[in-house]
Write a protein that binds this ligand. Structure first.
Ligand SMILES: *Cc1c(COP(=O)(O)O)cnc(C)c1O
Length: 367
């Protein structure tokens, strides 16, 4: 029996080891020069003026909403097909969450979002799910028309582009460095913005509202990233192009091998958008030989660890269903895809042989 193929795998090499050792030996383990270097390189890599490092993708989202002045009475429109952090951050800010449907590409539908915009709407919050950017030029148009701010949940989309522009440059961009993400350091996050005032607010919020020690300008948090974490993320950021290229090549190989499997709908990339394949996600359609959960089980038997992101809509849990600031509208496309999606391993450490094993297993399960 072959070794099981995991859905994700960390790639830490000698560059990360050397930089972590350098920080350890410097004795400076808190936020310092490595964090600053990471911020500068991250901003440059995403064509945006400012980047502010924080300690997770979740706190990036909370701080972004707070820096924009979002609070109780305000509404934020987002996708129901996302990780719970997106919703929890909205609730943490005090705002009310509204959910627009997604399109067949799994990203927030601009027209459905437009239909929900009302008096109280302050922010539209698209999620670049699986590494595919949402239709940002059209969200940009909507935001300008209706006087809204954009917050991008780019936790899965480091380096992705749309219309030649990087994600995180359309609004306030929120990235995650959690262990499985395209750039990672265990736990960490980054916020991008072109607005220097927003960046200034973010820097205050992450450090208890202090610009100078013990002068508190706003009530804040401790959302600081450490130099040890930055030392792990920096070499990966330098390799981002290669990481994303490898993921794209693996996705292309999977799509080539799976294109005539019945009952399977492969990911497609709309014109003008660059996918970075944080996940390679297929849909098991109604005419398939087995259903989605059957596919996951069949793959597990063959040593392939597939993932289901996400098995239910984000608000459809006992923890959130009856929350007074969670307002649910019908989202039929999201409801359907959540029952059909399965993500196959696509991470950069996969070999050609392993990719072929995945193709063979999927083909067998759906025969
Ligand atoms: C990972 C993730 C987050 C949260 O990031 P953390 O660093 O884990 O807090 C938010 N949104 C999405 C879509 C994610 O995948």
């Amino acid at each position: 029996m072959n070794e099981p193929i995991p859905i994700s795998a960390v790639a830490i090499g000698p560059d990360e080891e050397a930089l972590v050792l350098e920080v350890l030996r410097s004795g400076r383990l808190t936020q310092g020069p490595k964090v600053e270097q990471l911020e500068q390189r991250f901003a440059a890599a995403h064509d945006v003026g400012q980047a502010v490092a924080v300690n997770s993708g979740t706190t990036a989202l909370v701080a972004a909403l707070q820096a924009l002045g979002v609070g109780p009475g305000d509404e934020v429109i987002t996708s129901p097909f996302t990780f719970v952090a997106t919703l929890n951050a909205i609730l943490e800010s005090g705002a009310t969450a509204r959910f627009a449907d997604v399109t067949e590409d799994f990203c927030l539908d601009v027209e459905c979002a437009r239909a929900l915009v009302g008096e109280r709407t302050r922010v539209v919050l698209p999620v670049h799910l699986y590494g595919l950017p949402a239709d940002m030029p059209r969200f940009d148009e909507l935001a300008r028309e209706r006087g809204l701010s954009i917050v991008e949940d780019a936790a899965q989309a480091h380096g992705a582009r749309v219309g030649g522009r990087s994600v995180g440059s359309f609004g306030v961009g929120c990235f995650s460095f959690y262990a499985t993400k395209n750039v990672m350091c265990g736990e960490g996050g980054m916020i991008t913005t072109a607005d220097a005032d927003v960046a200034d607010q973010l820097r205050l919020l992450r450090n208890h509202g202090m610009r100078v020690p013990y002068r508190y300008e706003v009530p804040g948090h401790n959302y600081r990233l450490t130099d040890l974490q930055a030392a792990i993320a920096l070499p990966q950021l330098d390799r981002l192009q290669a990481i994303n290229d490898a993921r794209r090549a693996h996705a292309a190989h999977l799509s080539e091998g799976l294109r005539s499997v019945p009952g399977l709908r492969l990911p497609s990339v709309p014109a003008g958008r660059e996918h970075v394949f944080h996940q390679y996600t297929v849909r098991v359609t109604a005419d398939a030989a087995v259903d989605r959960d059957g596919v996951v089980a069949g793959l597990a038997e063959r040593g392939i660890r597939a993932g289901v992101y996400y098995p239910r809509l984000v608000h459809d849990h006992p923890s959130h269903r009856d929350h007074p600031r969670v307002v649910v509208d019908e989202t039929p496309v999201a409801a359907q895809v959540t029952a059909e999606v399965v993500s196959l391993p696509v991470h950069p450490r996969l070999s050609r042989t392993e990719l072929d094993r995945i193709i063979e297993a999927v083909t067998e399960v759906l025969r």
